[in-house]
Design a protein around this ligand. Structure first.
Ligand SMILES: [Cu+2]
Length: 286
């Protein structure tokens, strides 16, 4: 009877190595896929305003940089682990006091940090710029809702817990915002604008949005502010300039004027003793 020929020793070792390498590559790839990381947005919104688009691009470049540098470091670690894994005198060549190498690994990270800092500074200056504007909206946060008033007009929008107030603003125009709080600290966050600011009692936070496209975007409070914090939603409806003018004009009657004056003075508070629930649980505006 003939004994089957054994595969050559070298081929077995190579097959085992290949299997290990595939596992080493598959594991990080699986981790990346399972983490739900979306490429090329890296989980951020592409942005509906000028500054949010800059923030988005900054985020993209930061993420790409992190992936490249992280990947390079991982490869170096992997190489050292695999190449020098045997015990004994299997020590890599020591190269301390290699001045050019040491200077390179001090200077290169410094340059990277300066680059990241400069890019962040440019984008943040853009985001905090307050150019001259024709439209102003006062945003007032309270437990647990939002009031949006439009100085110089009778328009106002108000809503709490069970409601979803919808702030209206024009596209293609700088709109100035004054953000305040009536009671505790709230967070004004609009995902599509890549923007978040504290609404602080006794402090006026100012910022400007230049919406680049029309649409309805989701906003919410991002600072745990009490019992019904989770119900502090609102919407931002970006409309054309003519639609905005029509909307403002729709408040031009004496009853609206009286209501707007009263709303501007009122500090709203949650009054219902019944546990409020939202009419809809749909997330919109993405
Ligand atoms: Cu809140």
């Amino acid at each position: 009877m003939q004994t089957p020929a054994l595969p050559p020793q070298g081929a077995t070792v190579r097959a085992r190595r290949w299997r290990r390498l595939r596992r080493a590559v598959a594991l990080p790839l699986a981790a990346l896929a399972l983490s739900g990381c979306t490429v090329p947005s890296f989980g951020a919104s592409p942005g509906a305003t000028t500054s949010s688009r800059s923030v988005f691009h900054l985020w993209q470049w930061f993420s790409i940089g992190a992936v490249v540098i992280g990947g390079f470091v991982c490869l170096l670690i992997l190489y050292a682990v695999l190449r020098y894994r045997r015990k004994g005198d299997n020590i890599p060549k020591q190269s301390q006091y290699h001045i050019p190498l040491e200077m390179a690994y001090v200077i290169v990270p410094l340059l990277i940090i300066v680059g990241l800092f400069a890019a962040t500074l440019v984008v943040e200056n853009k985001e905090t710029a307050n150019p001259a504007t024709k439209v102003t909206i006062n945003v007032n946060a309270f437990q647990w809702g939002w009031k949006f008033t439009y100085p110089g007009t009778n328009a106002f929008v108000y809503g709490q817990t069970t409601q979803e107030p919808e702030m209206v603003m024009p596209v293609g125009e700088n709109v100035h915002f004054n953000l305040t709080s009536s009671d505790v600290i709230h967070g004004f966050y609009v995902e599509a604008f890549n923007f978040s600011r504290y609404a602080l009692p006794g402090v006026k936070n100012e910022f400007t949005f230049y919406a680049e496209k029309t649409g309805t975007y989701f906003g919410q409070c991002t600072q745990l502010c009490g019992l019904y914090h989770a119900l502090m939603w609102f919407r931002v409806k970006v409309v054309s300039q003519s639609q905005y003018a029509t909307w403002i004009a729709s408040f031009n009657n004496p009853a609206d004027e009286a209501a707007a004056k009263a709303a501007a003075k009122t500090t709203y508070q949650q009054t219902s003793s019944v546990v409020p629930t939202k009419g809809s649980t749909t997330k919109f505006g993405r």
